[in-house]
Design a protein around this ligand. Structure first.
Ligand SMILES: Cc1cc2nc3c(=O)[nH]c(=O)nc-3n(C[C@H](O)[C@H](O)[C@H](O)COP(=O)(O)O)c2cc1C
Length: 236
């Protein structure tokens, strides 16, 4: 067994100062997301690590890391939590958009309790972003528009899967898939009524930058009643 207690890492890539932060947390988030994607890597040290990472991915034949992967935590009406990874598919003034099955476990919990949380972890930048707020469904047209952009296989999968329900075996899933392939031979695959997007409107967004000796920088944006944002430093 790997000696877990001995796995240690020092965080020393960069610091985060109050003066680095955008007044609006969505603008700050977009900047960090772009930096995580390597698109706007700034600073020589960060650039070095991002380039090193990319070089490793190229030689290793791997795909770029899922910078838009986020852990989504929901809770049922008794407050019992559950969490899973989903992909961020949009971020704008409304908040954070993701797509899923509206009958899945997460969706059932969101129906009972629309309060949810998201965590992004970008290990190569030693950063995390923690978001919490209220989730609502996106307009149907938005789900339709996004569904059209998905690869054919993913669109068929949305029809095939009773996401989160107990499946007897894999053969049943594959059988269903084949039926659907035959049912929709052309390019047009409609949006299943049970599939679509959600948007999490943030009430709180925290930006975390790892620092040496666990003296991390943390800044928390909290939404005020007048919709402006209060920014506070948190103890690490
Ligand atoms: C990297 C990654 C990305 C994923 N993206 C999505 C997604 O965007 N939407 C989704 O419904 N499930 C996605 N999944 C699958 C979910 O983690 C999860 O298994 C599924 O949504 C069922 O969750 P639930 O039973 O808690 O509702 C992803 C999994 C991984 C590992």
């Amino acid at each position: 067994m790997m000696p877990l207690a001995e796995l240690r890492k020092e965080y020393n890539l960069a610091g985060l100062r109050r003066s680095d932060l955008a007044a609006d947390p969505i603008a700050q988030f977009k900047l960090w997301l772009e930096q995580a994607a390597g698109a706007r890597a700034s600073g020589r040290v960060r650039k070095f690590f991002v380039n090193l990472y990319k070089a490793m991915m190229l030689t290793g034949g791997g795909s770029p890391m899922d910078v838009n992967a986020m852990t989504l935590a929901t809770a049922d009406k008794q407050g019992r939590p559950s969490a899973r990874v989903v992909l961020l598919k949009g971020v704008d003034e409304r908040g954070f958009v993701f797509f899923t099955n509206y009958e899945s476990r997460k969706a059932q919990e969101l129906t009972e309790n629309p309060q949810a949380a998201l965590v992004f972890y970008w290990s190569d930048l030693e950063r995390q972003v923690c978001v919490s707020g209220t989730v609502t469904k996106v307009p149907r047209e938005e789900s339709e528009a996004y569904f059209k952009t998905r690869p054919r296989g993913s669109r068929l999968a949305a029809w095939a899967s009773k996401q989160s329900q107990v499946a007897r075996d894999r053969a049943l899933l594959e059988e269903k898939w084949q039926q659907l392939e035959a049912q929709y031979p052309g390019p047009e695959i409609p949006l299943p009524p049970w599939w679509g997007g959600y948007v999490l409107a943030p009430a709180r967004i925290e930006f975390w930058q790892g620092r040496p000796n666990r003296l991390h920088d943390r800044f928390c944006y909290t939404k005020r009643a007048d919709n402006s944002w209060q920014i506070e430093r948190l103890w690490p």
